[in-house]
Write a protein that binds this ligand. Structure first.
Ligand SMILES: Cc1cc2nc3c(=O)[nH]c(=O)nc-3n(C[C@H](O)[C@H](O)[C@H](O)COP(=O)(O)O)c2cc1C
Length: 280
């Protein structure tokens, strides 16, 4: 406060909105904040801040644990308004220095998903053919680039089968028949683009489940977009953007009776007695 007025100190404001959120008389407008970004078309949002400890943890954990990767979608389109709302929910995630450099490319229909699927199939066809060249795999390994060799060992066979089934029977082992997708990327500025994009992605996965949609992250579609600029271009994504996640979306054709467990993970505590500082 300077006198009776709040002022922005330091070089610049992060536009995080904390000042507006504590102002009791709505006196603050932050130009960088888009009021449209918190207006949802498919539900009435409650813009009141939820105090710590007031949400139902049981239901939150149930939602988180009930989200499963869906690999069996109904042939039913997803409303564009729902997809746009999901993106807005994604953008409620935290981001490094509040940069919010994420980008969302919505593939609103099965046809658009198929275009990406074709591009990805072409990419893996090329990689599969390359990885079949024995001397090339070995030469690359010799100069410290074992990736093609590892690919051949781990993926060549299954990718080859998936490509053949796609070609001969029209089976979609990549997107599992999803009728929509969201590609989450970032503009290149910002120090934590990947983390920001993946946090937004998780928001979308959880919200989609709550809205009756199934999701599946498709890592196999991310790789071609990272490695081959043409794949990004085919979706109208600028060359300067990076892609971090592809979310397949649609109405699930599957149900579970209970949630799945998780593997054992490493957990540790680091504890030490703080040195006692004697006050004089
Ligand atoms: C980064 C990432 C990439 C993934 N890529 C694929 C993929 O290409 N195809 C697929 O069917 N599932 C993919 N998955 C889904 C995982 O297989 C799935 O999350 C995991 O088996 C746990 O199952 P759950 O999601 O049902 O909890 C991916 C998951 C992550 C986190």
């Amino acid at each position: 406060m300077q006198g009776d007025k709040a002022v922005v100190i330091g070089d610049r404001s992060l536009s995080c909105g904390h000042c507006a959120a504590v102002c009791p008389v709505d006196a603050i407008t932050i130009h960088a904040i888009d009021p449209e970004a918190s207006k949802f078309a498919t539900f009435d949002a409650d813009s009141r801040w939820l105090p710590h400890g007031e949400f139902n943890t049981v239901q939150l954990v149930r939602l988180m644990a009930s989200r499963r990767s869906c690999r069996n979608f109904k042939d039913k389109p997803v409303d564009r308004a729902l997809l746009a709302d999901l993106v807005k929910i994604g953008a409620t995630a935290p981001s490094g220095t509040n940069s919010q450099m994420w980008t969302f490319t919505i593939l609103p229909a099965r046809e658009s998903v198929t275009v990406l699927g074709d591009q990805v199939a072409m990419f893996f066809n090329r990689i599969n053919n390359l990885s079949e060249i024995y001397w090339l795999r070995n030469a690359l390994r010799f100069i410290g680039k074992p990736e093609l060799d590892h690919y051949y060992r781990d993926y060549h066979q299954s990718v080859s089968e998936a490509l053949t089934e796609r070609e001969n029977k029209g089976e979609d082992h990549l997107f599992h028949g999803a009728t929509a997708a969201i590609v989450v990327g970032s503009r290149t500025e910002g120090s934590t683009q990947k983390e920001d994009a993946l946090l937004a992605t998780q928001n979308i996965l959880l919200a989609a489940h709550s809205m009756g949609l199934g999701t599946c992250l498709i890592g196999f579609a991310v790789i071609p977009m990272m490695k081959d600029i043409q794949v990004k271009r085919s979706l109208g994504i600028p060359d300067s953007e990076k892609v971090h996640a592809v979310i397949a979306l649609g109405y699930p054709e599957e149900k579970y009776l209970k949630v799945a467990g998780r593997k054992r993970y490493v957990q540790r505590y680091f504890e030490t007695a703080r040195p006692h500082v004697k006050s004089s």
